[in-house]
Every structure is written in structure tokens, then in C-alpha cells.
Design a protein around this ligand. Structure first.
Ligand code: PSU
Ligand code: MN
Length: 304
């Protein structure tokens, strides 16, 4: 059972049915982005949400309790967080009273849903890892998207994942996968993975209606948005970088939840830091569109 502590600002917005956008905290911690880019990403995303008159709601575990909406000193703790909390870890973090836990997509979906929030923005979701037929590594993000009635807004899945299998998994799980004004499944650092998107949408209202008409009451919607053109990293460049980063991860024997943070850090190194501004730009852009969707629906709340 999740009973999050909701900040006054977020609670007031939810009560008044004003738009709220949830934001995950792993991307803003040292596991997601190096300082000071992590703090910058947090400000950019919150500002993008506020600019549309919506309320940003960052999720995290603090002092053993899940939180939705953070005060400034709580944000500072999250920026320094190093303990990753996926959905299943929420129970352990509470049972053991973890000091600071940064929430991934899966944990954020659980906490946002419990608070009654219907729109959530992130950078990239986790997915099916390359070689998963041997390692079995499939991110809990995918099951969480399938099991919480929330719109997740992202720039696709990390390009170092197995993107065709990630799309197949989402299809099997019954998740509508939408492309924002775009015909291709985005690949995070690049606008297209070369894989066609199952369904293109062109307006905020369409996205809300897909959630409204979902066949399974428990299921969410995945909205993918390509990184802005000017921030894209050329595909040839990123492909070589990904291969090097994955090989390094293999050589180092990295496994489990450590894989994603490790590979992200290697990508940053191999791109001489170019991956960082790309990450900021897409996260800000996703928060912007998520806020427009929350505002257009006139909803914050799944209790409606
Ligand atoms: N994408 C990013 N930065 C991140 C992540 C994704 O650009 O920090 C995080 C998200 O929190 C996502 C998590 O939910 O990685 C997935 O981890 P795993 O592959 O262990 O499920
Ligand atoms: Mn994993």
C-alpha cells in the first residue's frame, strides 16, 4: 500500500482539479546526470511545467516515506541521491526507512497513481536490454506502464536497449504507444530508431482521449516525443558510442539495476559530455508537452 506524502502545493492543485505533472527523480540524481547538469535539468523541467500553469510534482523516497512534490531542501537531498528505487523497492525503502531513494519510472508511476496524478514526464524509459534472451534483463518500467493508468511522456527508450523487443513487449502488455507529431519510435539521442511508431498523434486532446478510452482500466499510455532537431546527436556517432559503452559494461561485469547508470555515465564520457545537453533538452521538451496535455485535459486527477 502506498500512501505518499503530498506537498501542500501539489495537494491543493489536486483538490482543485488543476493540472499536475509528475517528474521522476532518478534522472535528477547522480545516477542520471552529473552535477551541476542534474540541478539544471530539475529547474528546466519544473519551469517547463509551471510555464503552462501546471504544477510539477517530483517524486522520491525521503526518510522512509514516498513523497510527491518536494520542498527546496528535499530537492537538494534528491540531487545527491545515489540509491535507486524501482517499484518493488518502494516497500523495502519504507520498511527499512531509507534516507534518500530516487525513484525510477516504475516507482514514480506507482507513487503518482497513488496520489491521483495522470500525467508524468521523464527523459527515457527503461526497456528490454540487448541480450535479454540470456540475461533476462527487462526493466520494471514496462510492467509499471502497463499497470498504472497514467500517461508517460518520454523520448523513447534508451538507444542502448533492444528497441524492437521493447516495442514488442509493450504491444504484448497492451500499452498504447503513441508518437507525438512523429511517425517513428524515437531513440532518445536521435529522433528516429527506424522503427515505425504504432500510432501517431498530433494534438493534446488525442492523447487524453486515448487514456480515457483505454480498454483496460489499469493500463497506461506511452507518449513518445523525438528530441528537438537542434539537440540531436548524429546516429553514426551515437551508434559507435553505444557499442563502446555496452562493451565496457560487459567487461566490468555490471548487472542488474547498476547497468543503466553505468552505461549512461560511459556514454557521457565517450561523447565528451555531448550526451548531457541532449539529455537536458529532451527532458525539458517532454515536460513541456506533458504540461500542455495536462492543461488541455483540464485534469490532474485520475479520481475524476
Ligand atoms: N533515462 C535517463 N536517465 C535515467 C534513466 C533513464 O536518461 O536516469 C533511469 C530512469 O529512472 C528509468 C531507469 O526508469 O533508468 C531504468 O532503470 P532500469 O533499466 O534498471 O530499469
Ligand atoms: Mn534491469
Amino acid at each position: 500500500m502506498i500512501e505518499p506524502i503530498v506537498s501542500d502545493e501539489v495537494a491543493e492543485a489536486l483538490t482543485a482539479d488543476r493540472p499536475v505533472v509528475a517528474l521522476e527523480s532518478t534522472i535528477f540524481s547522480n545516477l542520471g546526470l552529473p552535477a551541476p547538469a542534474n540541478a539544471e535539468a530539475l529547474e528546466l523541467c519544473k519551469q517547463a511545467v509551471s510555464d503552462h500553469g501546471a504544477v510539477p510534482a517530483v517524486t522520491a523516497v525521503l526518510d522512509g516515506r514516498p513523497h510527491v512534490g518536494l520542498l527546496q531542501d528535499q530537492e537538494t537531498r534528491v540531487l545527491q541521491g545515489t540509491r535507486k528505487v524501482a517499484e518493488r523497492d518502494l516497500a523495502v525503502a519504507q520498511a527499512q526507512g531509507w534516507d534518500v531513494g530516487v525513484t525510477t519510472v516504475s516507482a514514480t508511476l506507482a507513487v503518482a497513481h497513488a496520489a491521483g496524478i495522470s500525467v508524468f514526464a521523464t527523459g527515457g524509459i527503461g526497456g528490454v536490454h540487448r541480450g535479454s534472451e540470456v540475461s533476462g534483463d527487462i526493466s520494471a518500467d514496462l510492467d509499471a506502464i502497463a499497470n498504472h493508468p497514467v500517461i508517460t511522456v518520454c523520448a523513447g527508450a534508451k538507444a542502448f536497449l533492444d528497441l524492437p523487443r521493447t516495442l514488442e513487449y509493450l504491444e504484448t502488455a497492451g500499452v498504447p504507444v503513441l508518437g507525438w507529431q512523429h511517425d517513428w519510435f524515437p531513440a532518445f539521442y536521435t529522433r528516429s530508431s527506424g522503427l515505425p511508431i504504432p500510432h501517431r498523434v498530433d494534438a493534446e486532446g488525442e492523447v487524453c482521449d486515448v487514456l480515457r478510452y483505454r480498454a483496460r482500466p489499469a493500463t497506461g499510455v506511452l507518449l513518445t516525443i523525438p528530441i528537438p532537431v537542434e539537440d540531436e546527436i548524429p546516429a553514426a556517432r551515437i551508434d559507435a558510442v553505444l557499442a563502446a559503452a555496452l562493451a565496457a559494461s560487459d567487461r566490468a561485469g555490471i548487472a542488474g539495476p547498476a547497468v543503466t547508470p553505468y552505461v549512461l555515465a560511459r556514454i557521457e564520457k565517450e561523447t565528451d559530455g555531448q550526451s548531457v545537453p541532449a539529455n537536458l533538452a529532451l527532458a525539458r521538451n517532454n515536460a513541456d508537452v506533458a504540461a500542455r496535455i495536462a492543461v488541455s485535459a483540464g485534469f490532474a486527477s485520475s479520481r475524476r
